[in-house]
Design a protein around this ligand. Structure first.
Ligand code: ATP
Ligand code: MG
Length: 518
């Protein structure tokens, strides 16, 4: 009797174990490469591979499973395909692609797999993050209500960007898109914001010049550059923005403010289209695959401002999109416009006519708006957009050479001076207080006696005069983030003093010239 019961127990135990047995992916799951080329492989076998899983191919190469079919899978190769051939063995790893993250990456240039490209020492970070990660949930987020200053007067005043916002930079080729993003990175110096610049499918020379600019202005120390150039395979270009985001997320989740630039997502879409076509996925509009919207939305949704409970960090995204002949209603531009919280539209025509940065104020918008502006900026910038719109409208009429009345003339004069003051050179960020002071002067029409061409120089001189004689004014605006009525009055008084000085100096010079030896 006893023996039978013992057998019964063993049988029960065996049954229990068989029932509870879980099939796990191990490196020992192997398949065979049956086709490879253009960065795409077809592997037979591996029935348990999951979508997005990392495959290890013989000869020390990795691939990413993308297409799961009944007997074979399509994968993209995360390396050059030259060294692979049909018949190679592919193993599943049960992992997804990860990159080293953390402070060790600051000041470094890495490829989309986290391998250094700057000739420096290998990255020794012990922390890894997978390149794909879910976006923070609604309750993990806080409101976007702190400004992320770009240092560009036209943007900080009219199209404010908040920490945690996604603001698209869109425009034709050579309209200053990269310059705008790089200037924003330069402006973060000393503001405790970590920056990540992701170059996707760009010329090596362009990426190099961005890195040189960052170095020149001391901005590389707090920046990570993730670089996949045009010569790299489509799969590497495709994962570059996700890698950049994973690196940025590490800083965000440790409570820091991060700015990420994706330069640019049009090329990212093209890389994904190439992969999809090679994987023989059905193509849709403009030959892009059906999930092209999803690849960008799941990327940009990862930008957020986290709640205090999660450390209060933020990830602000500046994706860039290149348009063709100003067509913002093409497929990819409309997709990304609808995902982001606003766009900065740069126009070739403005760029050519010397308005740089070439921001088209009418078509640019920030859906976070005034919530991301400090009180001082909000106070002075309220009417700027309206005045500029008014000016543009009047300027069109005045082209017909009609007689202009005085009020039209004053609108035109004010608008022209305002446009002039919003022009800004590359890599010369302007502080919040200086933008506020400049706009206070312009909106109160205090520069109407200065010729349009000289407005910028006059403003620079006035700001220098303030820094030399009354530095407490700008300091107070920076500290309180407000422009009190008294301070506004002070600006007017100081300007009167400054103008008096200028007139006196001019008169003295004239006297000297006429009275002096000829
Ligand atoms: P691409 O389409 O090639 O990526 P892009 O739109 O990124 O071009 P940039 O490379 O940033 O444009 O700028 C194009 C040119 O315009 C560069 O030579 C740059 O130096 C110049 N530029 C950009 N912004 C300004 C500015 N504010 N003032 C003067 N020059 C500028
Ligand atoms: Mg560019």
């Amino acid at each position: 009797m006893e023996t039978i019961s013992a057998y019964g127990e063993i049988a029960e135990e065996l049954k229990r174990q068989v029932r509870g047995y879980k099939f796990e992916n191990r490196l020992s799951d192997a398949g065979r490469v049956v086709a490879c080329g253009d960065g795409v492989l077809t592997v037979e076998g591996l029935p348990n591979v999951k979508n997005g899983e990392l495959l290890y191919i013989g000869r020390d190469k990795y691939a990413l499973a993308m297409n799961l079919e009944e007997y074979k899978i399509g994968a993209i190769l995360l390396a050059d395909s030259y060294e692979l051939s049909e018949g190679d063995i592919a193993y599943s790893t049960g992992k997804i692609v990860g990159v080293p993250v953390g402070d060790a990456l600051l000041g470094r240039v890495v490829n989309p797999l986290g391998v250094p490209l700057d000739g420096g020492k290998p990255i020794t970070s012990k922390k890894y993050r997978s390149v794909e990660a879910p976006a923070p949930a609604i309750f993990d987020r806080a409101n976007v209500n702190q400004p992320l200053l770009t240092g560009i007067k036209a943007i900080d005043s009219m199209i404010p960007v908040g920490k945690g916002q996604r603001e698209l930079i869109i425009g034709d080729r050579q309209t200053g898109k990269t310059a705008l993003a790089v200037d924003t990175i330069i402006n973060q110096k000393g503001k405790n914001v970590v920056c990540v610049y992701v170059a996707i499918g760009q010329k090596t020379s362009s990426v190099n010049s961005v890195i040189q600019t960052l170095k020149q202005y001391g901005a590389l120390d707090y920046t990570v550059v993730v670089c996949s150039t045009a010569s790299e395979s489509a799969p590497l270009q495709y994962i570059a923005p996700y890698t950049g985001t994973a690196i940025a997320e590490e800083f965000m989740y440790s409570g820091r403010d991060v700015l990420i630039v994706y330069d640019d997502l049009s090329k990212h879409a093209v890389a994904y289209r190439a992969i999809s076509l090679l994987l023989k996925r059905p193509s849709g509009r403009e030959a892009y695959p059906g999930d092209i919207f999803y690849i960008h939305s799941r990327l940009l949704e990862r930008s957020a401002r986290l709640s205090d409970k999660l450390g209060g960090g933020s990830l602000t995204a500046l994706p860039i999109i290149e348009t063709l002949a100003g067509d913002i209603s093409a497929y990819i531009p409309t997709n990304v416009i609808s995902i982001t919280d606003g766009q900065i539209y740069l126009e070739s025509e403005l760029f050519r006519s010397g308005v740089r940065p070439a921001v088209n104020v009418g078509l640019s918008v920030s859906r976070v708006g005034g919530a991301a502006q400090c009180k001082a900026m909000k106070k002075v910038s309220g009417k700027v957009r309206l005045d500029l719109a008014h000016y543009r409208e009047m300027a069109q009429f005045s082209q017909f050479g009609a007689e202009l009345d005085d009020s039209t003339k004053s609108i035109l004069g004010k608008g022209a001076r305002l446009t002039e003051i919003l022009k800004q050179n590359q890599a010369s960020p302007v502080s919040m207080s200086h933008t506020v002071i400049a706009l206070t002067v312009m909106m109160n029409d205090l520069f109407s006696d200065i010729p349009v061409r000289e407005v910028n120089a006059a403003m620079d001189n006035f700001l220098d005069f303030l820094e030399a004689n009354h530095p407490e004014l700008a300091a107070r605006i920076e500290e309180t983030q407000q422009l009190s009525d008294e301070d506004e009055q002070l600006i007017k008084e100081y300007l009167a003093v400054y103008k008096g000085n200028v007139t006196r100096i001019a008169e003295d010079r004239k006297a000297l010239q006429s009275g002096g030896p000829s």
